[in-house]
Design a protein around this ligand. Structure first.
Ligand code: FAD
Length: 117
């Protein structure tokens, strides 16, 4: 198609950044309601993603690999895995998911402290 590849790539980078940063801040031991919220967020993200062919493709990936929402580490590992599915489909290198732990920083380390006090 004659889409704008630069804009599509920029949207992708911004979206993945938010996606992985959300996983990196998900609770280690979520409540059932928190797990439900993440699962719904992921499905709506896939459904509403502005690039139509990407949305269709990503929804197929979600069907094959349902969101893992039982903990921060399982959500982050799952998100890394499905991003790699997109990478592979585009002929890009696979990202090492062992590095995911400290890669995504929201710049909001103070939140947990201020919520406690
Ligand atoms: P990106 O893939 O955007 O990644 C950004 C950065 O994230 C990388 O530089 C790296 O630091 C890090 N990263 C890479 N892999 C991982 C990983 N597995 N886990 C965690 N971090 C990682 N484009 C299409 O052309 N066709 C599509 O069908 C398509 N589907 C998409 C579906 C979704 C849901 C999203 C969010 C984007 C999609 N895109 C698609 C866009 C595409 O994935 C890229 O975002 C875009 O091509 C720019 O790629 P990039 O090489 O800059 O790195």
């Amino acid at each position: 198609s004659l889409g704008n590849e630069t804009a599509k790539a920029e949207l992708g980078r911004a979206s993945w950044k938010l996606f992985h940063t959300i996983m990196s801040r998900f609770p280690d031991t979520p409540t059932p309601d928190e797990s439900k919220a993440l699962k719904e967020y992921i499905h709506l993200f896939a459904r509403l993603y502005p690039c139509g062919e990407c949305a269709t493709h990503f929804q197929q990936i979600l069907k094959k690999y349902p969101p893992q929402v039982s903990s921060r580490s399982s959500a982050a590992a799952w998100a890394c895995f499905v991003h790699n599915e997109v990478n592979v489909s585009k002929g890009k290198p696979v990202f090492d998911c062992a590095d995911i732990g400290d890669w995504y920083d929201c710049g909001c380390a103070d939140d947990e402290k201020s919520q406690e006090s």
